[in-house]
Design a protein around this ligand. Structure first.
Ligand code: F6P
Length: 304
């Protein structure tokens, strides 16, 4: 997110615009917590995780009164356009503001990769890399002790972190909310694999399926194997971003400012097949991102 904030600020200043940062998202907007940003205010942040603007969940902004007050605050401070970085909730808020006459532009900022009309969201590559790194480490113990591991990853209702990290780390089973599975069959395959000389077994489970502990319990019930469970949790949301995320954020941040200055509004920016695109936020928030079954089937074929 910091790379996106940096890109928006510097791109806008380059174009001769004045830029204000809203601290703590919509909560900060309602609190009128705005500060002017200059070139140096976004220095030394491109390599940092999190966001210098901080973030917050804001119940008040879910109400029509809260949204109207948000629009009033922006008008009072002479803000002509708002760039919102976030996931579904942030986009819903931007959509409401645009209907109240505020020019808005959305940037897809979430580790979940659950926003349609962009191939990837900002943060997804970093989170997935963290999961792959963790599984590399887990494999050392699992192989040495000939054990199995259940790794629970984030993603809310989306299985992309599990899918991409599972494929990249050679996990034997990838459990995601988008694809039904038979835990009995998975458990039996694990037992056969051990009997046929496999020295470890990694099961990656997306949080949208159920908890890792529950999956481990079911595996034990059906196979007698006692997997060790690792819940990676918020570790996935921190650390220095990958170069892919920094470049994605830089391109999208610059593009958002360009589109706002050109008069666009109520759009979400994305990168599709290498091309920067905008899509109506209305369409984005009412569309479910398609799950990549080709990648999923590839992971299954290769995990024998
Ligand atoms: O949407 C990003 C995400 O990290 C999800 O993967 C996860 O379910 C959720 O946020 C966790 O939210 P919180 O930090 O509020 O517990």
């Amino acid at each position: 997110m910091n790379a996106a904030v940096r890109a928006v600020v510097r791109s806008a200043l380059f174009r001769g615009l004045e830029v204000y940062g809203v601290q703590r998202g919509y909560q900060g907007l309602l609190n009128e917590d705005l500060r002017q940003m200059d070139l140096r205010s976004v220095g030394d942040i491109i390599q940092r995780g999190g966001t210098i603007l901080q973030t917050a969940r804001c119940k008040e902004f879910l109400t029509p009164e809260g949204q109207q007050r948000g629009a009033d605050v922006l008008r009072k401070h002479g803000i002509d356009g708002l760039v919102v970085i976030g996931g579904d909730g942030s986009y819903q808020g931007a959509n409401k503001l645009s209907k109240l006459g505020i020019k808005t532009m959305g940037l897809p900022g979430t580790i979940d990769n659950d926003i349609p009309f962009t191939d990837f969201t900002i943060g997804f590559d970093t989170a997935t890399s963290i999961v792959v790194d963790a599984i590399n480490k887990l494999r050392d113990t699992m192989t040495s002790h000939e054990r199995s591991s259940v790794v629970e990853v984030m993603g809310r209702h989306c299985g992309d972190i599990a899918l991409y990290a599972g494929l990249a780390s050679g996990a034997e089973s990838i459990l995601v909310p988008e694809v039904p599975f038979d835990i009995r069959e998975i458990s039996q395959r694990m037992r056969e694999n051990f009997q046929n000389g496999k020295r470890h077994s990694i099961v990656i489970v997306a949080e949208g399926v159920c908890g890792g502990e529950e999956i481990a319990r079911q595996i034990t019930e059906h196979s007698g194997i006692e997997p060790r469970v690792t819940v990676l949790g918020h570790i996935q949301r921190g650390g220095s971003p990958t170069h892919n995320d920094r470049i994605l954020a830089s391109r999208l941040g610059d593009f958002a400012v360009e589109r706002l200055e050109a008069g666009d509004s109520a759009k979400a920016c994305g990168l599709v097949k290498g091309q920067l695109v905008t899509t109506d936020i209305d369409t984005v928030v009412s569309t479910k991102k398609a799950f990549n079954m080709d990648l999923y089937n590839l992971a299954i074929r290769l995990a024998q």
